[in-house]
Design a protein around this ligand. Structure first.
Ligand code: BT5
Length: 253
């Protein structure tokens, strides 16, 4: 953590050569009482987790796989706000590293030139009225090369190196990301979710675009207009009726 300009996050950084999943590792440590701001970074993951039981490909030596332990004084229903916080932090860190602008795709992808470069997976331990801890899981493809991607990905994928044509310094990127996360988290605790939502909307490549949502009970098509206070994507259908999308796969048309 030498030279890290962060107040809460990165108080303690644990680097592992390999682990099943940094999220699972962080969850276990948090259950054992690890302090807020503890960060786990692994060189590779043997069982990197995506959402809904999906796999996050985590080859060694090339990318960033990290999980952070937070203990925010918020209600469990508001914990989704931290996914937006980490999306904004990842977008800021990418913007500081390469010239290609990153875009956020609801709910938890970061894209470069329309291809997925980072994924987020938050997990939480909570009681009815209280969050015990939240794990922010972040995977960013830094130096992964085209032949290192499996063929069966759901969406096209890329890395910072592929898009920028140069090797990314992993340590520098982690620093940048932790500093972005730390300043956003401090802001969040002091000023609430509003500023984060505004930056998220400004960085979201889908707002104002025609989108199609699948994987929900009803096939929805319309214009994405924003997100509401529960994190749902708002889509204005052809009929003018607003749909709130809480889950599903969204495609920009
Ligand atoms: C995500 O899930 O995008 C969340 C990924 C979170 C990974 C981090 S790494 C550190 C921490 N520890 C963990 O165990 N996880 C977190 P989802 O939206 O479900 O997307 C998963 C889908 O993305 C897969 O089904 C693949 O199609 C695709 N995919 C898998 N690995 C990828 C990669 N490295 N780059 C781009 N796409 C990938």
């Amino acid at each position: 953590t030498a030279g890290l300009d962060a107040k809460v996050l990165g108080r303690k950084v644990i680097c592992l050569p390999s682990t099943g999943s940094t999220n699972s590792e962080a969850y276990r440590l948090a259950e054992d009482g690890a302090e807020e701001g503890t960060v786990i970074v692994a060189d590779s993951q043997l069982q990197g987790k995506g959402r809904l039981g999906r796999i996050w490909h985590s080859p060694p030596g090339v990318n960033l796989y990290t999980s952070l332990i937070l203990k925010p004084p918020i209600l469990p229903v508001d914990a989704f706000q931290l996914t937006f916080l980490s999306a904004v932090a990842v977008a800021r860190a990418i913007e500081a590293s390469i010239a290609t602008p990153p875009f956020i795709k609801w709910p938890n992808d970061i894209l470069l030139n329309g291809k997925k470069v980072a994924g987020l997976l938050n997990e939480m331990s909570a009681e009815t009225e209280r969050v015990n801890f939240v794990i922010l899981g972040i995977g960013v493809n830094l130096n992964m090369l085209p032949d290192q991607f499996p063929e069966d990905l759901r969406y096209p994928a890329t890395s910072l190196a592929i898009e920028s044509g140069r090797k990314i310094n992993r340590l520098q990127f982690v620093r940048q990301l932790l500093e972005s996360l730390d300043s956003l988290y401090t802001d969040y605790l002091n000023n609430g979710y509003g500023p984060i939502r505004d930056e998220w909307v400004a960085r979201c490549g889908m707002i104002g675009c025609r989108v199609a949502v699948s994987g929900t009970s009803e096939q929805i098509e319309g214009v994405a207009t924003g997100i509401d206070d529960s994190g749902a994507l708002l889509v204005r259908k052809e009929s003018g009726v607003m749909a709130r999308v809480l889950a599903g796969d969204v495609k920009v048309l």
